[in-house]
Structures are given as C-alpha cells and as structure tokens.
Design a protein around this ligand. Structure first.
Ligand SMILES: C[S@@+](CC[C@H](N)C(=O)[O-])C[C@H]1O[C@@H](n2cnc3c(N)ncnc32)[C@H](O)[C@@H]1O
Length: 287
C-alpha cells in the first residue's frame, strides 16, 4: 500500500484510499490522522511537526493493518480501543456501543440540573460514559449504573477506574429495572437501544461492528421507552427522568410518557444538528 515510509507521503496515500470508501474527505483526513497518531503514539497536534519523519517498517505495517480495517468500515474507536467523551478518555471494545456526541447533550443537560447529593440511576450504561462523566465532572458520589451485558459492565468498571471514580458508581447487571432494588432515585437517565429493524437494515454496513442488542429495539424502536416509562415511576423520588431519543420517533415517545399522569413538564431538547434528541420530564411522586 505504501512505497515510501515518510509521514507526509503515508498520510496523503491513506487519505486518498480512505476517501474512496468513506465518501468524505473530512472523515478520511480525520481517520488517517487519528490512526497514524495511534501508531506513532503522539498527539494530533504533534503530527504537523513530524511530516518529514521516517516511520519504521513495524510502524508502516501496523498503519497499513489499521487502514485495511478502516476500509472494512470498522470504526476508528474500535481500532484504537478508546474514544473521547465529554473530554474524558473511555476504553472501548465491540461489546459496547461507541459513545456518540449526541449523548454528550444528555450529560450536559443532566449536569445543569443535578445536585451533588442526589441518587442517580443510569440505565443501559454500556461503556459507562454517562455515569462516569457525571461522577467525574460534578463529583457525584451516588450513582447506580446498570446494563444487561456482563461484558459491557466489565468495561464500564474499567472506565470508572481509569477516570478515578470507581467508588462513586455501583454497577449492577440487570434487565432494565428487574434487578434494581426498589430505591427511590432522584434522577433517572437512559440512552436505551432505539434503532428500528428497518433503520438498522439500511445502516447495517456502518453499524455492523457494534453490538446489535445495544442498538436495535423491537416494537418499531419503542420497546425500551414503553418499559422505562411504565417502570420508572415506581423508582422515582419526585424529580427528573431524561432519555435520549430516536429523533424520528419523537412524537410517539412523547405520547408514551404523556400517557402517564405522573410525567409532567415534558420537554424535548434538540441536538447540535437541530434534531430532537432528549426527552426530559418531571416525575411527580404519586405515593
Ligand atoms: C444505546 S446503548 C447505550 C450505551 C451508553 N449508555 C451510551 O450512551 O453510549 C444501550 C445499552 O443498553 C444495553 N441493554 C440492551 N438491552 C438491555 C436491557 N434489557 N436491560 C438493560 N440494558 C440493556 C446494551 O447492552 C447497551 O449497552
């Protein structure tokens, strides 16, 4: 793939090859840079200064392997094994969904309303990106984070450890609320699976490396919203619930929550692309 081992030549070649498959120059540039920095163990800002550097044969071979994996549409986060979320470092593998920037809006919204003493539940925690970010950025000490996947929980615990918030979060393996003791939480948060089967079939090539159970929800993408809306009331301490939305199902999801009188002040918050992304509601304690 590469006839020369100088950084600027290698980068230019990789960008050219990636662009043909990714159909985006910007994405090709970004991916080629991130992967090369990972091989060279340098920050992206250093790359510009090292354009004339010669890579070792080992480095060239490693980079070639990474580019070939990316050409198969394997996400960069899985290739390098980590991702940045809310400015923090998270370990990632293909047992968990790669945290999305849309989910940062969920975290930012929670950060605005959260109080340090509150008891938080993060359902469907995956890599732990939401729970760990809240613990780290607001020093929240009382977080319960749950997921049905044992493998996801192993990684979420590692992420709590890496970010030095291991003592702030209690991890539980649970099918939604099934194994959560009947505690009253102050804030319930979830980014549940919400992609419909039809959407998944269209996006399959781009999503094929991520676990399907983390993405797809039956009942036209509504299964988890219905379950969460029904059960969360019992676990609430008269405060807030925030869920990430499938923007294409926003009206149906809003209707699900609105069908329970316990949910009031239902608000939809848009993401940076202007798409409805977060549902925030107050849960009135009916007990
Ligand atoms: C969309 S991912 C969200 C992961 C992470 N919170 C994030 O925002 O990146 C959904 C997560 O829900 C988990 N999940 C799927 N079905 C579940 C269930 N029945 N109960 C609990 N968690 C479930 C998956 O394992 C996956 O980690």
């Amino acid at each position: 793939m590469f006839n020369n081992n100088k950084v600027n030549y290698i980068l230019e070649t990789a960008i050219h090859i990636l662009q043909a498959v990714l159909h985006s120059y910007d994405e090709a540039v970004s991916d080629a840079h991130v992967l090369l920095c990972h091989v060279m163990r340098i920050e992206r800002s250093q790359l510009l200064l090292l354009q004339d550097k010669q890579l070792s044969t080992k480095q060239v071979n490693k980079y070639q392997e990474y580019i070939l994996r990316r050409l198969q549409l394997e996400p960069v986060a899985y290739i390098v094994g980590s991702v940045q979320f809310m400015g923090l470092e998270f370990k990632i593998n293909n047992n968990v969904l790669i945290p999305r920037c849309e989910t940062e809006i969920l975290v930012e919204t929670v950060l605005q309303i959260i109080d340090k003493q509150q008891l938080i539940l993060d359902l469907c925690t995956g890599s732990g990106c939401i729970a760990v970010s809240l613990a780290k950025l607001k020093n929240i000490h009382n977080i319960v984070a749950s997921d049905i996947s044992e493998e996801a929980l192993v990684l979420a615990k590692q992420n709590a450890y890496i970010n030095n918030v291991m003592n702030n979060i209690h991890f539980i393996k649970s099918d939604l609320f099934n194994d959560i003791v009947n505690t009253k939480f102050d804030i319930i948060i979830s980014n549940p699976p919400y992609v419909t089967e039809t959407e998944y079939n269209v996006l399959k090539d781009n999503l094929k490396y991520e676990p399907k159970h983390a993405l797809v929800a039956c009942d036209n993408g509504l299964f988890f919203y219905k379950k969460i809306a029904k059960c969360a009331i019992k676990y609430s301490n008269s405060t807030f619930i925030l869920v990430e939305l499938n923007s294409k199902n926003v009206h149906k999801i809003k209707d699900i929550f609105a069908s329970y009188s316990a949910y009031t002040n239902i608000e939809i918050i848009n993401d940076y692309a202007g798409l409805p992304r977060i549902l925030k509601a107050k849960i009135e304690n009916t007990n």
